[in-house]
Write a protein of this length. Structure first.
Length: 261
């Protein structure tokens, strides 16, 4: 039998009234592999074409620790690192523009393939059914992303899941004021902690959920397969304090039994 859910800590049994979801990696896999774009970009800018092993590990460690934050903040880190080295840095927005250019080469191909009738290939397994069940129960649904606002809204439409959400919020262009963390805090505050569920594949949303007393689900699925436990995500979200870990949403009955009893 394939294990789809791992209970780490019991949570208060209560009817779910509001659910706040992270988007990329939790529901959508259109941007799967963003780390493989960001890592070479950072290494190239910081260390050139032949980085040392400790430099590679340093960058990987930062990317892992910063998973889920607004992209511009990761680009700002590049500028800060260059300044520490005594080197001249470009604007973080310049680095973000190059990162987006490289990333979107693959994302655009996936978007087009999804539009050709293959959208299910780019959502974590069971996602739409789980969202539909929450909606049928009268739950208010919100999604937050560190991806640019227009892009995350467009991708939710492409995947056919925008209709389930009361609000989808991403990063505003050329602004650091609306970080993903700030967006999550705003969405979480809408419904209060009573009957609140927070779902995500990054530590930011899980920690915020725990801080306000929400029930939390860590999604730890392998994004290429859209299911199956990813060891890195398991470690990351266990440390963040998730109540349960699920590789995807196929076991919705067991998830509801755990949350509501």
């Amino acid at each position: 039998m394939v294990i789809k859910m791992k209970i780490l800590e019991e949570c208060k049994k209560q009817k779910i009234k509001v659910a706040v979801f992270d988007f990329d990696g939790t529901i959508s896999t259109l941007r799967c592999g963003w780390e493989s774009v960001m890592e070479p970009l950072m290494l190239e800018i910081l260390y050139g074409d032949d980085p040392r092993e400790e430099q590679v590990q340093y960058v990987r460690s930062y990317i892992s620790a910063s998973t889920g934050i607004q992209t511009i903040l990761q680009m700002k880190w590049i500028s800060e690192e260059l300044t520490k080295m005594g080197r001249e840095a470009l604007s973080p927005w310049d680095y973000k523009a190059e990162y987006n250019r490289r990333l979107m080469e693959n994302v655009e191909k996936r978007r087009q393939y999804a539009l050709e009738g293959h959208r299910d290939d780019f959502i974590m397994k069971g996602s739409e059914k789980f969202l539909s069940e929450l909606k049928a129960r009268g739950v208010k649904l919100y999604a937050a992303s560190g991806t640019d606002d227009a892009d995350v809204k467009k991708e939710a439409e492409i995947l056919g899941i925008a209709k389930y959400f009361d609000e989808i919020a991403g990063a505003m262009p050329f602004s650091e004021d609306c970080s993903k963390e700030a967006t999550l805090k705003r969405l979480i505050s809408i419904g209060g902690s009573e009957g609140l569920l927070v779902v995500g594949d990054g530590p930011v949303e899980i920690r915020l959920g725990r801080e306000v007393g929400a029930s939390t689900i860590g999604i730890v699925g392998k994004e290429k397969e859209r299911c199956g436990f990813d060891a890195v995500k398991v470690e990351r979200l266990t440390k963040a304090g998730a109540h349960i870990l699920c590789d995807c949403f196929e076991n919705s009955k067991e998830i509801f039994d755990f949350l509501e009893g």
